[in-house]
Design a protein around this ligand. Sequence first.
Ligand code: PLP
Length: 390
Amino acid sequence: MQLNPHYRDLKQSYLFSTIAKKVNAYSAAHPQADLIRLGIGDVTLPLVPAVIDALHAAVEEQAHQQTFHGYGDEQGYGFLRDAIATYYKTRNVSLDPSEIFISDGAKSDLGNILDLFSQDNTVLIPDPVYPVYVDTNVMAGRRILFLDANESNGFLPLPDPSVSADLIYLCSPNNPTGAVYSRDDLQKWVDYANDQQAVLLFDAAYECFITDDSLPHSIYELDGAERCAIEFCSFSKMAGFTGTRCGWTVVPHTLQNGVLHQMWLRRQTTKFNGVPYIVQKGAAACFTNEGMRQIRETLAYYQQNAQVLSKTLDALGIWYTGGTNSPYVWMKCPHGMDSWAFFDFLLAQAQVVGTPGAGFGQNGNDFFRLTAFGDCNQTREACIRLQNLI
Ligand SMILES: *Cc1c(COP(=O)(O)O)cnc(C)c1O
């Protein structure tokens, strides 16, 4: 028996455990402290009524022989794939429902997709980054090149034609930075990927937070993306499905002459047995008129929080990305503090908890992530404390 040696190359992730340890220690020493948590990357509002009704109805169907559902297609039910294809049409993206694969969330698929690619590929990953892209490739022993996202490029790095890569990860709107690629800049990435004959792995988990009509929601809004890109999306942030679990992955027939579509279908039908019927019914309800209206209300609540956060930073003259078109605000730490020093300072002086940028990569060392997923009154209160403190 030999272990996968690459697991030893994984860096221990101390980020959230260290945060928890520091917060617990502070709470123990100051039991009366009124802590405000703006560090979580999870949603807090419940599923909308249209989704809940659909879930209940589907549970009832499972109770009767005539309407019971056993195994479904591994790729997902037609009703959900059709609804997602229709959703893309509102962005002038034309997908065949067969190109859409339903999953239990974007994170699993972001890891699983690597089954299709040789270990010898070189992977290009921005820094700072959602840690899943890095760790899944480290586990497979792939060579990783990091791409500098920083203040000077607004945390939206562009391709460097002198660098060659086989797999490229992009996330827009970005976690952790909240930065969103413009149409022109994203087109440069698509052109680069096609030139390199690379595959672009595009994470669109936050597309629903985009309010500026000029910004692309999907990679397939760009010319030639259907020849180079796989898109991952999720109901998690869009509709509060973080605990209910549903997402989708688009693998176009036109990508690498259909080879990747065939391989992904084969992979999924072999290793995956589908998302629960009940959950898929709940997910499909998001795309009804009523469901969409309700979801937009929930998103507006978070967007309002994001606006409150960014207005506060504007008033303080602090440099940041995100805030609009994203639930994240990525701020430069004030007074020359690094991200852990600012974490300690904010916790001790304002009882506000955020996420140190260092947890997302080296280029996050001087930055700090605040999230808009909290309670609106608490977010306002946190902003008042921040203003008094800095
Ligand atoms: C939250 C998030 C997802 C969604 O993950 P799920 O597994 O669908 O819950 C995907 N990508 C990024 C960058 C995220 O932050």
